[in-house]
Design a protein around this ligand. Structure first.
Ligand code: ACO
Length: 323
């Protein structure tokens, strides 16, 4: 028998305020047409002033626990992927732990920017396979609206806020690719590309800072690195593109999503796309897409999924899992 980390619950939270592309036309030299055609984004949600990454993460976690029918006291760990934690410390994950009323276990944040949820899934999988936890809440949550330079049209139209969560539970499998749960992971980073995508603030500057991105350079890296990491993860899992039911990509740009699907040899009918409604929610984008696709009835029990993401660092990776 082989231990597997299986998704037993999924949920998400989106702030109430929806901002359509046209709203940016009032304050910036941009158009709905430019944003749609270059990124695929039509609208995004922005958090209310009293909402934070931890409050949105808590709402998503509650939804995942409810779907799983699991009491929070039976959860061993909270792993939260974010680059926009409420404070420098403590971790947003411990704030979620407190808001959920979880009295035991442990909680920590993972910071791999847009690749954060893939890194969090991989680490939570390792916690389960090594016997350190049996039930792990894995969350991606972001408040990127708080790190936007609203005068920079090349970045501020692209991002949004939100949170998504899954509950991973240890279950016995038989060690084949037919098992439910995480079948393989692949993580990568290359710190030499730091200047392509970063926030120009932090403890070294005494400011929160704003997101800075050389979008076309990141774009060039994205398609090749995403297809490569997804292929590596599929090889590790012993599956090929013909076995995959769904690609659940990081939702940054429809052209990156389409280019990666093409390289992987899969049609867009097998790709979960939410970028039009959420924009780029960084570490929240994959769990949001998983939750929305589950609610739409796209992803069903037993389906084989590959997720892939790339972001600041650069950091990138993929996970193959059977739902
Ligand atoms: N409205 C109108 N024009 C604009 C806007 C805008 N909102 N933004 C930029 N432009 C202009 C630029 O100024 C430029 O004008 P110029 O030619 O006169 O200099 C022109 O449009 C083309 O700009 P590019 O940046 O080359 O446009 P591109 O086609 O590359 O699209 C985009 C830009 C959407 C940012 C794309 O490059 C992209 O999606 N990149 C990848 C982003 C990504 O995946 N990031 C990783 C995850 S994010 C994370 O980790 C936090």
């Amino acid at each position: 028998m082989t231990l597997r980390a299986v998704v037993t619950g999924v949920g998400h939270y989106l702030p109430e305020r929806v901002v359509e592309n046209a709203e940016f036309e009032k304050s910036l030299d941009t158009t709905d047409e430019w944003i749609r055609s270059r990124s695929g984004i039509e609208r995004r949600h922005f958090a209310a002033p009293d909402e934070t990454t931890s409050s949105m993460a808590t709402a998503a976690a509650r939804a995942a626990l409810e779907m799983a029918g699991t009491d929070v006291q039976d959860v061993d760990a909270v792993v939260l992927a974010t680059s926009t934690a409420d404070l420098t410390f403590p971790s947003a994950a411990t704030m979620v732990q407190a808001q959920l009323g979880m009295k035991t276990g442990f909680a920590f944040d993972i910071q791999a920017v847009c690749a954060g949820f893939v890194f969090a899934l991989s680490n939570a999988n390792a916690l389960i396979l090594s016997g350190q936890a049996r039930r792990v809440l894995v969350i991606g949550a972001e408040t990127f609206s708080r790190i936007m330079d609203w005068t920079d049209r090349s970045t501020c139209v692209l991002f949004g806020d939100g949170a998504g969560a899954v509950l991973l539970e240890a279950q016995d499998g038989d060690g084949t690719a037919q098992d439910r749960g995480i079948l393989s992971t692949d993580l990568n980073s290359d710190g030499s590309h730091r200047d392509l995508l970063y926030v120009d603030g932090g403890v070294s500057t005494g400011t929160t800072g704003y997101l800075r991105m050389q979008g076309n350079q990141v774009f060039r890296h994205a398609v090749s690195k995403l297809a490569a990491t997804a292929t590596t993860a599929m090889e590790r899992a012993g599956v090929s593109d013909g076995d995959i039911d769904w690609i659940v990509p990081h939702q940054a740009n429809i052209r990156i999503i389409e280019g990666t699907a093409k390289k992987l040899g899969l049609p867009m009918e097998q790709v979960v796309v939410t970028v039009q409604d959420h924009g780029n929610t960084s570490a929240a984008s994959i769990p949001l897409a998983l939750s929305v696709a589950h609610a739409r009835g796209q992803i069903k029990r037993g389906d084989l999924l590959v997720t892939e993401a790339i972001g600041g660092g650069l950091a990138w990776g993929a996970v193959v899992l059977r739902w």
